[in-house]
Design a protein around this ligand. Structure first.
Ligand SMILES: [Zn+2]
Length: 412
């Protein structure tokens, strides 16, 4: 017998997801077919299939064209799958890897994953990306061409890069980093990646309890006492104690016109949880001026939460607007300068380098992901192992970012 409400395939994609809601008429227990966790084809798992490379410990699921282990399927997955996941009210939508049956169900039965199309070269693509599993040979060539070992072994590559690889072209040299390294300076003399511990992830947009917008900066891991440099020539707007942020320094700088399309935009840059503060409100700073040292003050003082600098950049149209930026974690308002910078940064740096976050947004309102902006206009040190006490907290940049013309873990 036909169910009372049986949406045609694709109906949910139009946003008509009444069936996902508990208020779907008398069918409150009804779950739209696309949202169910049961799967209607038997998974068929093979190991070591050279035409469908899966990371160590994962097997290729022939029935669903996924790389899976007992619990998870390797992502990241197409935006339309993520949107469907959200509409269905599922909880792991923002994660890179998904619970295995969620991935099977959201992927759909077609040759290519839901929201993608097959090209003449046999790739499954959407506007920006191509989706695996790719062959062992393609993965190897992806790594040889500087795609980054971690990224090459995920399910999502930059589309132009994947198309070159699939066509037998080695894009590495011809693409080359564009607009990387510029006027600004990296805030730390070392690179231990991002903090991740029992208190949560340190990446941009990481979930934070009581803050639906998520994490507004990045938590760069470093031992207590590591000097923190001003990243640009500017002025100290505030240096002192702020509830939650502990010892806090805020500096104001113009953003280099090379990434603003010529527009005059200003950044308010926050360094939080410092051990010591080395500057005073209204001081002038140059790129490299030590503004303080890494610490564990404010809400970073909890046991088990490792020392890091919470580093945050809010973008404004005028110096005055930047000067009244409060960096309140609950305020996610946008600014026209923030939107302008995102647009120009894509054109000047992100698109040409296939550079993107894999686990968070590019911006949240007026805040830009600091790692994206810094990588485009500074030279960071190479990723190195932190002291043993911090080693378990390190998340390599490549776990959160991908690029096709450079390795995100390497200094440039
Ligand atoms: Zn933080």
């Amino acid at each position: 017998m036909r169910p009372i409400f049986s949406p045609a395939p694709g109906l949910l994609l139009l946003g008509l997801c009444a069936a996902c809601s508990p208020d779907a008429g008398s069918q409150s227990a009804f779950v739209a077919p696309q949202c169910r966790f049961d799967v209607d084809r038997e998974p068929e798992l093979v190991e070591g299939d050279v035409n469908h490379y899966c990371r160590d410990g994962y097997r290729y699921d022939v029935s669903y064209d996924l790389c899976v282990d007992k619990d998870t399927a390797i992502g990241p997955f197409p935006n339309e799958m993520v949107a469907l996941c959200r509409e269905c009210g599922l909880h792991a939508c923002e994660q890179t890897d998904w619970p295995v049956n969620q991935a099977r169900r959201m992927r759909g039965p077609e040759t290519c994953p839901h929201g993608t199309q097959e090209t003449d070269l046999g790739l499954c693509v959407d506007d920006r990306h191509a989706y695996g599993p790719f062959s062992a040979e393609m993965v190897e060539r992806c790594i040889d061409n500087g795609g980054g070992e971690y990224t090459c072994k995920t399910m999502r590559w930059d589309r132009r890069f994947a198309e070159a690889i699939a066509a037998g072209i080695d894009p590495g040299n011809s693409m080359g980093p564009t607009m990387l390294a510029g006027d600004w300076q990296y805030p730390l003399p070392l690179d231990h990646g991002l903090r991740a511990d029992g208190f949560g992830g340190g990446h941009f947009g990481a979930s934070r309890s009581g803050n639906a917008g998520g994490h507004s900066g990045i938590d760069i891991l470093a031992p207590i006492g590591t000097p923190l440099a001003a990243v640009c020539d500017g002025t100290v707007r505030y240096a002192g104690w702020v509830h939650g942020y502990g010892n806090f320094v805020q500096i104001l700088c113009p953003i280099p016109s090379s990434v603003t399309g010529g527009a005059s935009l200003y950044a308010s840059i926050a360094y939080a949880h410092l051990d010591e503060i080395n500057v005073t409100t209204d001081d002038a700073v140059n790129g490299g001026t030590v503004v303080g040292t890494v610490g564990k003050t404010g809400n970073a003082s909890a046991d088990g939460l490792h020392a890091h600098v919470h580093f945050e950049i809010a973008v404004h149209d005028t110096l005055h607007a930047a000067s009244v930026e409060g960096h309140a974690s609950s305020n996610h308002a946008g600014s026209s300068g923030g939107s302008k910078l995102v647009e120009e940064l894509y054109a000047a740096c992100l698109d040409p380098n296939g550079f993107e976050p894999t686990t968070g947004p590019v911006n949240k309102g007026r805040r830009i992901d600091p790692f994206l902006l810094l990588s485009c206009i500074t030279s960071k040190p190479n990723l190195t192992a932190p002291p043993s006490a911090l080693q378990s907290q390190l998340h390599a940049w490549s776990e959160h970012y991908a690029a096709t013309t450079f390795d995100v873990d390497v200094g440039l």
